[in-house]
Ligand binder design. Structure first.
Ligand code: ATP
Ligand code: MG
Length: 424
């Protein structure tokens, strides 16, 4: 026997009945996007490597160690499987001059790839929903994208996801803060771990993000970026906080929230939960007013977020709020092959009328067919028995409702009684 081939580590198959929860989630997201006026955008999964290096920043976890990158054997192009969605969407917006007539509100869903250590909530192929609002500078749009998430949690029936916010200001403000930060860390070099030592001069802001318990006190005492912000940045942040308060959305200002990509400015935020263990961030995002220009476009502001679908579905499973997988309305039992053409025809007529009909396939005894009918979850069995057929009828037998009784219905007029199968 040939050896079995298995899926790549950290990359999961999504099988029924689990896939039904994915579909339900995706439909919930699409309905949300319609309500907020966000349009779908679909960009390639493979992009030129420099796109990510330039937009995420060279000294970031993703670019340093998480990207699936290779050289195209045919032409030597440096290519990468997208580790996140924003860079590709911004590239497409620039490439197609999408902002020539004003801002654009966009969303995407799809797989992302990062070479991380697989564990609960952390995979090598995972899936994100993301939104990008391009061309809008005001804090009202920051509030809009954040409140979209709240709306989504409500639609999904999730209630213990909390919002954390920070303001990263502008580049000049971050530079002034950075000097103070480096001085603070240099004065306590002995406390820094190897990673922090390495980042001290390349990306000291990221040290604030450390999970090392030995460094927590040092990081808590570090100078706060908020204290280096000028009036415009503070006004933007206050505008956002005011809009969230007016909308009744609680939040916590987390001065250590810096996020993993270099492209952020002003607003950054995360939605987190305690119910997923170490991988508690379900959604993260922020403003990236310099990114469009960095990717070669005319300067324009932008803000967006990315949400980890696996983590949200894990949360949903725990809260038990996702609807059960859909079941067929009716299961067609065909005791004799001779009845097949009629059974096919009636099933088709019922499906045209909106009824979900699962046809028995593969023959077998009545008993075994009824077993399948039961297992399918269908509410009705359509029994195409010889006696009924001879009278131009089909037997409609309730499978779930003990108080209902079996009836017969005319084969030729399926459209007329189809609706009976849709309601209990
Ligand atoms: P983390 O700190 O957990 O690594 P991150 O800051 O790297 O997250 P982002 O790049 O902000 O994550 O991506 C947005 C969301 O995508 C995360 O909040 C998370 O829900 C999800 N996500 C990120 N990486 C993974 C992964 N490897 N597997 C599953 N979901 C992920
Ligand atoms: Mg990460």
């Amino acid at each position: 026997m040939p050896e079995k081939i298995q899926a790549v580590k950290g990359m999961n198959d999504i099988l029924p009945p689990d896939s039904a929860r994915w579909e339900w989630f995706e439909e919930t997201v699409r309905a949300l996007m319609r309500r907020y006026g966000y349009q779908n955008i679909r960009v390639p999964i493979v992009e030129p490597t420099p796109l990510f290096v330039r937009s995420l920043g060279e000294v970031t976890d993703i670019v340093e160690k998480e990207m699936y990158s290779w050289t195209d054997a045919m032409n030597g192009d440096a290519l990468t499987l997208r580790p996140e969605g924003t860079a590709g969407v911004v590239r497409a917006a620039v490439e197609h001059s999408m902002l020539y007539d004003g801002g654009k509100r966009l969303y995407y869903m799809g797989p992302m790839f990062r070479h991380e250590r697989p564990q609960r909530g952390r995979y090598r192929q995972f899936h994100q929903v993301g939104v990008e609002a391009l061309g809008y500078a005001g804090p009202d749009v920051d509030a809009e994208v954040i409140l979209m998430c709240r709306s989504l949690w409500r639609d999904l029936g999730l209630n213990d996801v909390r919002l954390e916010l920070n303001c990263l200001g502008q580049a000049a403000e971050r530079r002034a803060h950075r000097e103070a930060l480096v001085a603070h860390f240099e004065a306590h070099r002995e406390v820094l771990d190897a990673e922090a030592q390495r980042r001290l001069h390349s990306n000291p802001l990221r040290i604030l993000d450390t999970k090392n318990p030995a460094m927590q006190a040092l990081v808590e005492a570090a100078p706060r970026l908020m204290d280096y912000l000028g009036d415009a940045s503070l006004k933007h942040f206050e505008g956002l906080c005011g809009a969230l308060e007016a909308a009744g959305q609680p939040f916590r200002v987390n001065h250590r929230l810096v996020r993993g990509m270099d492209y952020y400015s002003l607003t950054v935020f995360e939605w987190t939960t305690d119910r997923l263990g170490a991988q508690g961030t379900v959604c993260g995002g922020g403003r990236y007013d310099g990114l469009i220009e960095l990717v070669g476009g005319k300067p324009a502001p932008g803000i967006g977020w990315g949400l980890g679908i696996e983590r949200v579905l894990d949360l949903l499973q725990q809260s038990g709020t996702a609807p059960p997988p859909p079941v067929p309305d009716a299961y067609a039992v065909v005791p004799d092959e001779a009845a097949l053409p009629v059974a096919v025809q009636v099933s088709e007529a019922l499906r045209t009328a909106g009824v979900a009909v699962l046809m028995h396939a593969g023959g077998g005894s009545m008993k075994s067919q009824f077993k399948r009918a039961d297992a399918s979850g269908a509410r009705w069995a359509l029994v195409f028995g010889a006696n009924e057929l001879a009278q131009g009828l089909v037997a409609v037998k309730p499978l779930r409702d003990a108080t209902a009784s079996q009836v017969t219905r005319p084969l030729a007029e399926a459209a007329a009684w189809a609706a009976e199968l849709l309601h209990r």
